[in-house]
Design a protein. Structure first.
Length: 219
């Protein structure tokens, strides 16, 4: 049995998507970011600061999405989705796994300030503007790389691409993507993948974003 601790439209989508790419189906245990369920002692025993995803598989429990993604790629090499030590793309692959979290941490900060602080007055428009610009810089870096290839690695789709699950749903709420045509083409390619489409069906309804775009409020 595979059990994924999950919130729709969050980093746990990365794992849901990679499992589908591998033809594996997890049972989902749902949480909400706002109802306190992530802070329950039972969940913190699995994920020490109460974050999703966590994955129960092969008799172990793993938290941190890059660790889960890498574990799945290494233990299921027949799918060819990892780049193992010795592979010429190994370093680039590891860089993209880390890059996924660099970008996601900016999104986490923007989500916190725009969506989760309750009373928005303590949020800082200066920080919101800065974080939106930093997010734009990560998209610009991707856009440059994607100018001459379809996927993050030259040899083709890999588990590193699944790290962009969550990031690429969330980014358009804060940065207009028309500045990044290669990222837009990349998203279209991702959306055409049957495993991605199935994972989106299984993901569930997001409950965070209430409008199409979040501008920086006037200071
Ligand atoms: N680096 C961790 C970050 C996990 C994380 O922050 N997940 C978010 C959802 S996208 C979460 O659980 N947030 C709950 C909270 O911050 O309380 C990973 O990649 O798994």
């Amino acid at each position: 049995m595979i059990l994924l601790h999950h919130i729709p439209f969050s980093r746990s989508f990365r794992v849901l998507w990679l499992l589908e790419e591998m033809g594996l189906r997890a049972e989902l245990k749902h949480y909400s970011i706002t109802d306190g369920s992530l802070r329950a002692a039972e969940f913190k025993a699995i994920s020490p600061v109460g974050r999703v995803p966590a994955l129960e598989i092969d008799g172990i429990t793993i938290f941190e999405s890059p660790a889960i993604i890498e574990y799945l790629a290494e233990t299921r090499p027949e799918h060819g989705l990892g780049r193992m030590p010795g592979d010429p793309e190994r370093v680039a692959y590891l860089e993209w796994l880390g890059f996924g979290e660099t970008q996601a941490s900016i999104l986490g900060s923007l989500n916190m300030q725009h969506l989760f602080m309750g009373d928005p007055t303590p949020a800082s428009p200066v920080m919101m503007k800065l974080e939106a610009a930093r997010l734009g810089a990560t998209l610009k870096a991707m856009d440059r790389v994607l100018a001459d290839r379809e996927w993050l690695l030259p040899s083709g789709f890999s588990a590193a691409d699944t790290m962009m699950g969550f990031n690429l749903f969330s980014a358009p709420y804060y940065v207009r993507l028309d500045r990044f045509p290669n990222v837009q083409a990349y998203i279209a390619q991702i959306e055409a993948r049957p495993a991605y489409q199935k994972a989106r069906e299984l993901d569930g309804q997001q409950e965070f974003y209430k409008q199409d775009f979040y501008d920086v409020p006037e200071a």
